[in-house]
Design a protein around this ligand. Structure first.
Ligand SMILES: Nc1ncnc2c1ncn2[C@@H]1O[C@H](COP(=O)(O)OP(=O)(O)OP(=O)(O)O)[C@@H](O)[C@H]1O
Length: 310
């Protein structure tokens, strides 16, 4: 029912260039965490490193008493079964219909009879609302349906940890809202630990229990949602409120001259917007890891922006 993932001092580079260094964070068991960051800061690399597709230069990824980068190939193969991954485009096989795509991990990794496979495939297709589309090829359905099919496939081995790489990319706002609700409902049903990489600020503000921000080769901040949504730390504040004013420039970090010019121009950031309530499961029940709205702010003596949690 979900496991904790503890990352300690993780560093990854390609050809001597560090993508990010010394990343430490804990994904609490059964909770939803979101990872944000400007394009190219290595969020996808982080997901691939977590699941063992890329090897870090340094650091640990602890799941119970297994340190993933130090496991043998054989042991890693077993631990990988704890993960379900939804890749950006759904990563479906174009020549297979949705049924066979979803059945694929079961046929590859288990010896279950076809009758049992059928039962599981239909259960997962039902969870993502795709019963009736099982005969379709990926090329015959919309992008949103492909994401849901990829999600059904990610769920098929009953993972304890689910990683989502930009589940909302290419979706319109309405489909994104439906997908976010589906993510909350799946978290409620499965109790798995979720990590979502997204660029969608509305998703980041309403879906997770925790938020992390990667910027300029390091983890700028990771913690409870209310901590980041009430933060006045310049990078966090700029990114989570989608502002141009702040340390993050068009392509990279602004230099000192640019920041000075910005300060001299007298333009100020607008006040922090109210912190919204977290999305709840469709049946209106409290989330598994629900913390009372405003509890983190109260416990830490932080006044939330006016109008929060209403
Ligand atoms: N296998 C690889 N070999 C060499 N460089 C790589 C490899 N994979 C990723 N990179 C580099 O690592 C950096 C981070 O890439 P990544 O795709 O993780 O960024 P991202 O934060 O997910 O970006 P986006 O938000 O645009 O999807 C990029 O500069 C990319 O070119």
């Amino acid at each position: 029912m979900g496991v904790e993932v503890r990352v300690e001092g993780l560093t990854k580079s390609f050809g001597g260039h560090a993508v990010w260094s010394d990343v430490s964070l804990t994904l609490p068991s059964g909770e939803i965490s979101v990872l944000l960051g400007p394009s190219g800061t290595g969020k996808s690399v982080f997901l691939k490193t977590l699941v063992g597709l890329l090897k870090p230069d340094r650091g640990s990824i602890w799941i119970a008493d297994n340190d993933l980068p130090r496991l043998s190939e054989r042991a890693l193969y077993e631990v990988r079964k704890l993960f379900g991954v939804l890749f950006q485009d759904g990563a479906l096989f174009g020549s297979m219909n949705l049924y066979d795509n979803v059945a694929f991990p079961l046929r590859e990794h288990t010896r279950r009879p076809e009758s049992e496979i059928k039962k599981i495939v239909f259960e997962k297709l039902e969870m993502v609302g795709l019963v009736g589309a099982e005969e379709k090829l990926p090329g015959e359905i919309s992008g949103g349906m492909r994401k849901r099919a990829g999600l059904a496939r990610a769920l098929v081995l009953d993972p304890e940890i689910i990683l989502f790489d930009e589940p909302d990319s290419g979706l319109d706002p309405v489909r994104t809202a439906y997908l976010n609700q589906l993510i909350i409902d799946l978290n409620q049903q499965t109790g798995a630990t979720f990590l979502i990489v997204t660029h969608d600020i509305n998703t980041a503000r309403t879906v997770p229990d925790n938020i992390g921000l990667i910027y300029h080769g390091h983890l700028a901040m990771f913690g409870p949602r209310e901590m980041l949504l009430s933060s006045t730390e310049p990078v966090v504040r700029q990114f989570l409120n989608a502002q141009r004013i702040g340390p993050i420039g068009m392509a990279e970090e602004k230099d000192a001259d640019e920041l000075q010019a910005e300060a001299a121009s007298g333009v100020e950031l607008p006040p922090l917007p109210p912190i919204p309530l977290q999305l709840r499961p469709s049946d209106g029940a409290p989330r598994r890891a629900e913390h009372a709205p405003g509890a983190w702010c109260r416990e830490n003596g932080i006044a939330p922006p006016p109008g929060s949690f209403s």
